[in-house]
Design a binder for this molecule. Structure first.
Ligand code: BG6
Length: 511
């Protein structure tokens, strides 16, 4: 594979968790595979005081912690760390960027990087605008005619609602051109998410069925078994709808529902996903009432262990009405999908961690066998398992051997793990490398982010304006409020449950 041009990665917020747990381990993996530029350096920038040496030690421990089994070879590790540097600044202070400028100029010389830089903002969102303006003050965003480049990667959340997302895009565009801005959504970096494109557009079998004539409904689940951990402060202002649906799960819907792009280039692919987001039917307050169910996990006991409720978590108010679970039904108003309901469900403290898409195909027009549809409601299902146990399963009915015509649901499975010697790269690995190569296919474009917020914001507004709208408590370790099943009009339909509830303890209630 062609290696990217020599460059420097400047990480703002480098003393934080993301750098240690995700970015540096991903860069180390790329380094081991010799995929980084020939000459490459990382410049960590943050307020905390570190020397290059003490920052390197912190980063080394991050790599070790994130690679549970294999301790990285120490020689490779020390070679890698030689490329890591640190500069402590008051990020809000414009004058301090003069030091960044000098440091970068030295690094450009040393690494023959010709001024190529990626600025990675691993910072709280309220800093994005300030940092990009400070970069501009020192001319650090400028690309010159000799072809050097400056790119900026912005972490989620990108805005808080439609208005703030538009305002942020506007501010960023005062400093950077759209093709310099890389809005990261780490779900797009997941190998299995990208595989949706290959599965759909490299195979002729499924595409003819991929529309309202053959698909009954589409289900997208992003379940997590952990709670909010130490992120209560952030999460309580965000909630499941912003945290998971606005970004990750809608991006998956984009790939599932898009038309085939005319070619596999960033503009063509992103033009198609944005059309999906723009075609999602907006929710009226009335629809929010009927098509969205929200919940919050309550204390329970799982295998003898007491699990705290959301309101007992650190930095969460004891009367919080933030949703840790949300399930919704919506429609995509276009020729391919008109009338096909899409269901999204996500939550914390559910029984297991699983992200999957289930395509439910329509039933046969005529029921020939008596037991048909009694054992399985929607007939054939295609399950795209994003994580864990990445793979694709196709479910269909078969005759049970013996007298009569009893049917049973069986499956044809493909597991990524069956591909011997295949290494599944971490999402950040893929995305960082793409940015170095100047490929923004797997990054969200301004119009896509805004279109997603346009769909999400009326739901948030309805909740805000009608605080009495129900929020259901569900015991930690269960599949969320029972009311989520009411989103299906046909009472024979329900969500797919990859496993059972973990507990019978705890209460379901209205909060
Ligand atoms: C993050 C959310 O963006 O994605 C977290 O803020 C969530 O709340 C995480 O846990 C899920 O990512 P993954 O890759 O573990 O499925």
């Amino acid at each position: 594979m062609e290696r990217p041009a020599n460059s420097i990665l400047t990480i703002f917020g480098a003393s934080g968790d993301l750098t240690k747990r995700k970015l540096i381990p991903a860069l180390f993996d790329l380094f081991q595979q010799k995929l980084l530029p020939e000459k490459f350096a990382v410049l960590g920038v943050s307020r905390t005081e570190y020397s290059d040496e003490s920052f390197r030690e912190k980063m080394a421990s991050g790599v070790k912690e994130s690679r549970d089994q294999e301790t990285p070879q120490s020689e490779t590790m020390s070679n890698f760390l030689k490329h890591v540097y640190y500069e402590s600044i008051e990020t809000e202070n414009t004058d301090e960027y003069i030091r960044i400028k000098k440091r970068l100029e030295n690094l450009y010389r040393e690494y023959q990087a010709g001024g190529n830089t990626i600025y990675y903002l691993a910072l709280p969102p309220d800093m994005y605008e300030k940092v990009s303006l400070n970069l501009k003050q020192q001319g650090l965003q400028q690309q010159n005619e000799s072809g050097n480049w400056k790119r900026i990667i912005i972490e989620k959340p990108f805005g808080y609602d439609l208005t703030s997302a538009i305002a942020l895009n506007h501010k960023l565009h005062e400093v950077f051109q759209e093709d310099q801005i890389y809005r990261i959504d780490h779900y797009l970096g997941k190998e299995t998410v990208q595989n949706v494109l290959a599965f759909r557009f490299a195979n002729g079998i499924f595409e003819p069925l991929w529309n309202r004539n053959y698909i009954h409904h589409v289900e997208v689940t992003g379940a997590e078994d952990n709670g909010v951990e130490n992120r209560g402060r952030y999460y309580d202002k965000s909630g499941a709808l912003r945290d998971m649906v606005q970004s990750h799960l809608l991006q998956i819907v984009g790939l599932i529902a898009m038309e085939s792009p005319p070619s596999f280039n960033p503009t063509a692919v992103r033009n198609e996903t944005v059309k999906v987001f723009q075609s999602i039917c907006q929710m009226t307050p009335e629809k929010v009432l009927h098509n969205v169910v929200r919940g919050q996990y309550m204390a329970s006991e799982i295998r003898g262990e007491k699990i705290p409720g959301y309101r007992e978590e650190k930095n969460v108010p004891s009367d919080s009405r933030t949703e840790t679970f949300v399930a919704l039904k919506f429609y995509i108003d276009n020729w391919r999908w008109g009338g096909v309901p899409f269901f999204i469900r996500t939550g914390k403290r559910l029984p297991t961690r699983v992200t999957e898409v289930v395509i439910h195909f329509k039933r046969t027009p005529h029921r020939l066998f008596r037991s048909q549809y009694t054992s399985y409601s929607s007939g054939n299902k295609l399950i795209i398992r994003i994580q864990p146990d990445e793979g694709i399963l196709l479910n269909f009915g078969m005759k049970l051997p013996g007298a009569g015509f009893e049917l049973k649901e069986v499956s044809m499975d493909f597991h990524y793990s069956d591909l011997a010697d295949i290494y599944l790269p971490d999402a950040y690995e893929r995305l960082l490398l793409d940015c170095m190569m100047g490929d923004n296919t797997l990054y969200a474009r301004a119009d896509a982010v805004e279109a997603c917020w346009k769909f999400i914001t009326p739901i948030l507004d309805t909740w805000k304006e009608n605080p009495e709208q129900k929020i259901y408590g569900y015991p930690a370790g269960t599949w969320g409020p029972r009311e989520a099943s009411d989103l299906f009009e046909d009472k024979n339909e329900d969500w797919r449950y990859p496993c059972k509830n973990l507990t019978g303890q705890g209460e379901y209630c209205e909060l």
